[in-house]
Design a protein around this ligand. Structure first.
Ligand SMILES: Cc1cc2nc3c(=O)[nH]c(=O)nc-3n(C[C@H](O)[C@H](O)[C@H](O)COP(=O)(O)OP(=O)(O)OC[C@H]3O[C@@H](n4cnc5c(N)ncnc54)[C@H](O)[C@@H]3O)c2cc1C
Length: 405
């Protein structure tokens, strides 16, 4: 086997395949190889989106799209003007993979199977003569005057240009650090909150449709649906906080307090409304007359937490109880004592410092001819297809800016 290549891509995941196919298409005569440590590639694509692969998100305005990236918001704006959602859809469609939009904006292959995406990549790689070398774990990378020597578990390679698409891999970050890059220490992102509290005990599955959540003592806040789980809380209102607060919450060792406004109204307005209910529903028990479109089971636990028992009628409750209930509805405090994985979908914040990358080309500012794509960079997103969109965009930009003599 000839081990001298024009372009080597380290990592046969989402970004690696996307970069390799695009570059091989542009330079049909170039030798393009992927070095993948596993016996198969695209393993995260396979399990992504519950086996359906949430390929991207139906957001077509770059300035809106970037808001889903706690790290990378500013830097991805330019790249998204070159390659974003519409381009992703077209790219797959041109290669026979139709995508569909779900109600919440997430986009999946029509087939509802991530295997469709994998098959597409494998066929395209073969068609454009990308060499995919499995069981080739990269151990060291040395920059030469012209090109790079790459040592793998199966011998040495030489490449004129190199793309790192290794995802979140600490050993590769060490290599990149030795090559002069700054690495932002990795911390988990996209997790659910562990909470033990009587107000959510025994009611897993209950969803409050629109809540505001704040992390007490920080400026972290979010809103959206909230799901009560067996161990705590999840759904977008929480996941967004876990992503945007990834670094801050790690520093707090995942022990902090959150304040939830279950009805998105201020305390005073809520007191006013409760007073009206007192008149309107005087003879009904508070416990059994859920208001504000809240799920009945959640309403009941909040009522009990307000020192109102299950027999007391609206007419019976005093000012203190009414204030208690307003407080539970608009500023309920919960103690978070840890985190759990969200549907096994873990994402890592951290990686190659954004300051070390030229976002017009995705070339390293530290070493010419070295490119970076996907999660290896300090970019990550909330759930919904945005992490893959970063992989496609960065891989496309790197492949489009590489020039060969
Ligand atoms: C369970 C799960 C579900 C997910 N679902 C979604 C989803 O539906 N939508 C979405 O947008 N995001 C999803 N994500 C996030 C998404 O999978 C990642 O952001 C994306 O895969 C990153 O692509 P990448 O190519 O940068 O890295 P990866 O896909 O991780 O690929 C990196 C590749 O590099 C290889 N590699 C690493 N080190 C070496 C080495 N030393 N030598 C050779 N090869 C090496 C690895 O084996 C791997 O194949 C999900 C993540 C998980 C864990």
């Amino acid at each position: 086997m000839n081990t001298e290549k024009d372009i080597i891509i380290i990592g046969g995941g989402a970004a690696g395949f996307f970069a390799a196919i695009n570059i091989a298409e542009r330079y049909p005569k170039a030798s393009v190889a992927i070095l993948e440590r596993g016996k198969e590639g695209l393993q995260k694509v396979k399990i992504s989106g519950g086996g359906r692969c949430n390929v991207t998100h139906a957001e077509f305005i770059p300035s809106e799209l970037v808001q889903n990236y706690p790290r990378g918001e500013k830097e991805l704006l330019g790249p998204f003007h070159t390659f974003m959602t519409g381009d992703t859809i077209a790219w797959f469609e041109e290669r026979g993979v139709a995508l569909k939009i779900e109600e919440d904006g997430r986009m999946f292959p029509m087939s509802n199977s991530s295997q469709t995406i994998i098959d597409c990549f494998l066929e395209e790689a073969e068609k454009h003569k990308v060499e995919v070398l499995y069981n080739h774990a990269v151990k060291t990378v040395k920059a030469l005057e012209h090109g790079f020597t790459i040592t793998t578990s199966q011998g040495d390679f030489y490449a004129k240009k190199l793309i790192f698409a290794t995802g979140s891999n600490p050993k590769i970050w060490d290599i990149l650090q030795d090559l002069g890059h700054r690495i932002v220490p990795p911390v988990p992102s996209l997790f659910t909150f562990d909470i033990k509290d009587d107000r959510i005990k025994g009611i897993p599955g209950v969803v409050a449709k629109h809540v505001d959540v704040k992390v007490v003592g920080t400026d972290l806040e979010s809103n959206g649906p909230l799901l009560i789980t067996h161990v705590g809380m999840s759904a977008p209102a929480i996941l967004k906080l876990s992503a945007f607060g990834a670094v801050a919450l790690a520093k707090l060792n995942y022990n902090f307090e959150i304040e939830i406004n279950f009805i998105q109204q201020d305390f005073a307005t809520c007191v006013e409304e409760l007073r009206n209910f007192k008149q309107e529903f005087a003879k009904k028990t508070v416990f059994n007359s859920a208001q504000f479109d809240l799920p009945k089971r959640l309403w009941k636990t909040l009522v009990l937490a307000s020192k109102i028992n299950d027999q007391e009628r609206w007419a019976d409750i005093n000012k203190r109880q009414l204030d208690n209930l307003a407080a539970q509805l608009t500023k309920a405090l919960f103690k978070v004592t840890g985190k759990s994985t969200f549907k096994e979908e873990f994402v890592t914040a951290g990686g190659v410092d954004l300051k070390d990358i030229n976002f017009k080309t995705f070339e390293s500012k530290r070493l010419p001819n070295l490119y970076l794509a996907g999660e290896v960079i300090n970019v990550d997103a909330v759930t919904g297809g945005f992490n893959f969109q970063n992989a496609w965009t960065s891989a496309y930009m790197a492949s489009a800016s590489i020039t060969l003599p």
